[in-house]
Design a protein around this ligand. Structure first.
Ligand code: ADP
Ligand code: MG
Length: 222
């Protein structure tokens, strides 16, 4: 045993055991935060190729990774065509937040709406809503893949409204703002109120270029 061979004092031994335990508890709480976040895959900032995706600078992402935007209850919006790294960057920032002990939750927009609808039917709406409003950072991925009906826009509005100035949202969408009317064609009034709150304290990034998925696909073919 290390303690015996190194002639540790009892105090030193106790110190070491306690700090090992703290480290393990720390590790466990980080794992719990990662599980709770429900990321669809785990990709980090280090995994991101900024040479391929040059519409966003590594410095900007490094600064966001400090998570000040979460403490200041600001939102981030990643816009761009499929495969340009929107979900990757959202997850990478989410992972950085869990490292800083912040509670994160990842969901697709479709899943959020489906679950809130189900919860309404089961009379568990408030509890389900709290699952989306409680975490310090909520990532809503793939907004606008399917246009939202009026009742669906109201559900998303409820989440954004409850988080407004109380928590952060990272949202990804493959439509530019000029095309957002299509996403919320169901209810222009609610849509305007939603965007008003979402964009009030926010930073938007438009990712351009080719799909990374397609690049990998083509490379494998050659
Ligand atoms: P989308 O913009 O459609 O959300 P994703 O972020 O899911 O795209 O990216 C699709 C796949 O390509 C993922 O596996 C992601 O990790 C990878 N990827 C995308 N952009 C980059 C990049 N610049 N560097 C490294 N991997 C990338
Ligand atoms: Mg995506």
């Amino acid at each position: 045993m290390l303690a015996a061979s190194e002639h540790w004092t009892y105090e030193h031994f106790l110190d070491q055991v306690l700090s090992d335990q703290e480290q393990q508890a720390d590790e466990r709480s980080r794992e719990a935060l990662l599980r709770f976040a429900s990321f669809p895959y785990k990709k980090t900032i280090q995994d991101f190729d900024f040479a391929f995706q040059n519409s966003i600078s590594p410095q900007v992402i490094a600064e966001l990774a400090e998570c000040a935007f979460i403490r200041q209850h600001q939102n981030i919006v990643f816009l761009g065509p499929p495969g340009t790294g929107k979900t990757h960057l959202a997850i990478a920032l989410g992972i950085e937040a869990t490292k800083r002990r912040l509670k994160v939750r990842f969901t697709t927009c479709t899943d959020l709406i489906t679950r809130l609808k189900e919860a309404k039917e089961r009379n568990t709406y408030q509890r389900r809503l709290a699952a989306y409003t409680g975490p310090s950072l909520l990532i809503i991925d793939e907004v606008g893949f399917n246009p939202l009906k009026s009742d669906e826009t109201v559900l998303l509005f409820d989440v954004i409204c409850k988080r407004y100035e109380r928590g952060s949202v990272i949202l990804t969408a493959n439509k530019s703002y000029t095309d957002w009317a299509e996403i919320f064609s169901g209810d222009a009034v609610i849509a305007t109120a939603l965007l008003d709150r979402l964009l009030h304290h926010s930073q938007s990034f438009v990712l351009k270029g080719e799909s990374y998925r397609m690049k990998e696909f083509m490379e494998n073919k050659i």
